[in-house]
Write a protein that binds this ligand. Sequence first.
Ligand code: DGJ
Length: 729
Amino acid sequence: MAIILDEKKLLFTLLTNHSMYQMKADRYGALLHTYYGPKGIPFDYSYLITYADHGFSGNPYDAENRLYSLDVLPQEYPVYGSGDYRSTALKVRYDDGTNACELRYLRHEIQEGKYSLCGLPAVYASNDTKADTLIITLEDTRKRFYVHLYYGVMEDLDLITRAVRIENHSDNTIYLEQVLSTCVDFQHGDYDLHTFYGRHVKERTHQRVPVSHGVQSVGSTRGASSHQYNPFFLLSRPEATEDTGDCYGFSFLYSGDFLALSDKDQYNQTRILMGIHPGNFCYRLDPSESFLAPETAMAYSANGLGALSRIYHKAYRNNLCRGKYKTSRRPVLLNSWEGVYFDFDGQKLIDMAREAADIGVELFVMDDGWFGKRDLDVSGLGDWYVNETKLGCSLKELSDEIHSLGLQFGIWFEPECVNEDSNLYREHPDWALRVPGKEPVRSRDQLVLDFSREDVREYITKQMFQVLDSARIEYVKWDLNRSISDIYSALLPADRQGEVAYRYVLGLYNMLEKLITRYPDLLIEGCCGGGGRFDPGMLYYTPQIWCSDDTDAIERLTIQYGSSFGYPISTMGSHVSKCPNEQTHRNTPLETRATVAMSGTFGYELDVNKMSPEEKAVVTEQIREFKKHYDLIQNGDYYRLTNPKDNPDFHGWEFVSEDGSEALLCTVALQISPNASRRCMRLKGLCPDKIYLIDDVEYPGSALMNGGYLLPFAQEEYESFRIHIVEKR
Ligand code: DGJ
């Protein structure tokens, strides 16, 4: 059992293979957080807590003396109004307008297996992963509601998950103004905060800063998790490196508004909070109703940032992603977008597909532009019927033709949005999110449909099903091309408008669930103008997400590097596109574009008909090579070898098979200078005692890791190398 309970002390210790997490309900019923870190003897760590008379830090009414204050104690789930003036996890408004609240331990329950969350994504246990659940119930001292704290202890995955359910058991309505999913109080020590910031076409740039006094936060109020900040962050000791030191990861399995913050207090304690952003949130909870706050997944590593990332890689690959393509090899695709944009007809697509089949592509994806009136991005969204006039054929005819070339066929949708210039909007203007009496914010000339409404979702679902049933379609790209605004739903009363953003995300999940249930073999790629909804919530439904609209290989180095902290390589949609690059106008060698795209789901996004025979020959070889290394790349252990910010010279990363028998070293030269010294890369993750072969030359693993490998001289700017390393048998 991974949960150890000391009944007398009400001490709860959660154990994974390498981490330990502990909390204790004290004599007043306050649930105190006592420890999170390396696994050890499940000793009572509350000895680390100091009780002292702290000026201006008040005492609960039943405290025996002034030494006890919730303003300074490490708490498991702090609530607003309890005398804790730090950032809190919960804020409730009672029907009499008051909002001061105190929570006390009521009971607990331990269950075998991992809890699941109705309508929300959650990490799940599989046959070979042990999991247990602890539910601790707190009650407010005014006896109105319960707070059920869920803990999933995934021993082998080294992951602890958390979720919260609030249940109103009184006869009065309460309003939840803030329900965060996770709080962890670190009493001692200094920390660095690692967050992932960016913008459209520049997502998930890694930033490391010291945790300073006060609040440092990232988040989204854009309705989607956003390009700007990612719902994954980590905390490390200042001395921690890629390979050494204490690190903690916090990942939020939710695709909407989020808040993640550190709050360093007057006594140098660091509080971490993560959950739904309270900005657009207020949930009315009527008698006997309950509210579910989404899951967070926490991990600890004693061996640096790399090992922490690998915990998430494994867990998300095997215990979050679902469906056929969790394990089956995903097809190498050609996407039409950057090749032809809206300028195509059926014949042009077939011509592209024919060439694609010739070079070894396995799936042809028709991106935006095939439906309604859609020759530009200003009209047509919402009208999900095939524009046969534009295609010059039916979807079935097109799909059959593409299949006859030996390819699978995929198609693009943007189900959540509508153009004002569309039949759908003309018929149902009230289906778009908009605030009465105010003109809505337009973005890319489109509005967002009210996915909190079942009737709206049902209509779009029916349209999508009709299209998907009309032809053989093996892949769907699910896009969203704007931030969500004007969050008001016509069907909800005034005091439920604060629920719309949350209900929207639930609606999105509900629709995705319907899609994967009806089409279990469909490969769905998530997308939000690139990586604006690149989060673990989406991965529960779509095992891969288009990483960024920036396809420039050099820009992608930073984007994919940042993404790799919290997400496996197998989830990162990544394509080779033409040069000069559409976003940066930069030229990079075709091989380098492949090196970078191969460190993702791998595909092409260009007009194959415009490639020279020499280029086609190179691409054919790239696809062959990717297929050969597929398992190593997608399921192997991933090692970051350099940080692009600190290393302007060259960038490197590596994949190692689980048994250490082979590896793939990838490097890109970022600068080229004459008469340069030879670059040397120290490898990671190999077996020190094994003998490896690189181009028939023998090296012990220890030499490659301690001494390093001498990289070939780069002959041109941005030249890359893919170096295969195999154990000598
Ligand atoms: C944004 C996506 O990220 C692109 O790949 C493409 O699908 C366009 N939308 C189409 O409008």
